[in-house]
Design a protein around this ligand. Structure first.
Ligand code: HEC
Ligand code: HEC
Length: 286
């Protein structure tokens, strides 16, 4: 499955510095992520056993500038927390024919504590791997009888950020075996497939070249434990599938749709590469 780089042309097209120019600046600082002096986040961990080519995993937080890192250490500074507050209000908003809100059935967001750690989840009775967005929409449509929310719309992404925020600090622990295995294999296949004119796979950037500079960006391992992420670049919370879409587009390829089975499978696989890191969404990235 492993492919080595065939040509430097794609890298040149992207302005990627060779590994001789490798600058491990952020890693050298050995900063620790503790939010509000309280929630300890594991941003480095031994790689899960299923990963053959990497021995240590790192949260994307490790690769950001000290200024961006600091924003995530204080919930008042973290712009993503505004979305979390919006969702907290929305949690009480009545919907559907019986005027039910999330709170009618779940009491408080804290009642959903821990469910973000095992997302995407393949062990639920539904017989399919479900992302948090799918679970929320299952409640919105089938339980409350309302119209589905847009998969990567603000309302959904803010709700996912809220559910993630109450799990912060807990270790990501996504199941990849049993009913999840087939989907996981599919996601792994996508991760190592080269797409687009540039013929680049996720792995070419996030496995072979993390810690290198690509244009002005310090390449991370492309982990998703920090999602949704508040990006300073677009000034909003970003859903996992929107990030995937952006990365696929950068290879000048046609992308899969947010919420598609392909992106759900990819999410499961990428999430499993972060098993052992902490849930840290909403994170702050550039
Ligand atoms: C009419 C009742 C009802 C409403 C309204 C409702 N839910 Fe649910 N929700 C449930 C039930 C029942 C489950 C399944 C519980 C289980 O499997 O343990 C569930 C499961 C979930 C799960 C997965 C929990 C887990 O532990 O894996 C999430 C996340 C969730 N709901 C979020 C929401 C959100 C967000 C809203 C509001 C937008 C909402 N729900 C509205 C009844 C409801
Ligand atoms: C051409 C190189 C390239 C390819 C190929 C690529 N990415 Fe990325 N990706 C980037 C860059 C640059 C960033 C921004 C810096 C960073 O966080 O690594 C990024 C960021 C990310 C992030 C955000 C990480 C965080 O902590 O916020 C995720 C997740 C991600 N990529 C996943 C993927 C997946 C999945 C694929 C394959 C479909 C992929 N990327 C393909 C270059 C690439």
């Amino acid at each position: 499955m492993r492919q080595t780089l065939r040509t430097g042309a794609a890298w040149a097209a992207l302005g990627l510095a060779g590994s001789a120019a490798l600058a491990p600046a952020a890693m050298a600082q050995e900063a620790n992520l503790v939010i509000d002096g309280e929630i300890e986040i594991v941003t480095r961990a031994p790689a899960p056993e299923h990963m053959e080519y990497i021995s240590e995993i790192f949260s994307g937080w490790e690769y950001r500038s000290p200024e961006t890192q600091a924003l995530q250490m204080d919930d008042f500074e973290n712009p993503g927390m505004i979305g979390v507050d919006n969702a907290r209000a929305d949690f009480e908003t009545a919907m559907g024919p019986d005027d039910q809100s999330c709170a009618s059935c779940h009491d408080s967001p804290e009642a959903l504590e821990a469910c973000a750690r095992s997302i995407p989840n393949g062990t639920r009775p539904r017989g399919e791997v479900q992302t948090l967005e799918m679970q929320v929409n299952e409640c919105v449509t089938e339980r409350a009888g309302a119209e589905p929310w847009d998969y990567t719309g603000n309302r959904m992404t803010e709700m996912v950020a809220l559910i993630s925020s109450v799990s912060r600090g807990m270790p990501v622990d996504v199941a990849i075996d049993g009913p999840a295995q087939e989907t996981w294999e599919q996601g792994k296949e996508i991760y190592y497939t080269r797409y687009g004119q540039l013929e680049l796979a996720c792995a070419n950037c996030h496995e072979d070249n993390y810690d290198n500079m690509i244009r002005a960006d310090h390449l991370s391992q492309g982990q998703i434990n920090g999602f949704p992420t508040y990006r300073l670049k677009n000034g909003k919370l970003n859903a996992v599938h929107d990030r995937f879409k952006g990365c696929v587009r950068d290879t000048r390829a046609e992308t899969f749709a947010p919420g598609s089975p392909e992106f759900v499978a990819l999410e499961l696989y990428v999430a499993s590469r972060g098993n052992g890191l902490s849930v840290e969404g909403p994170s702050v990235r550039n």
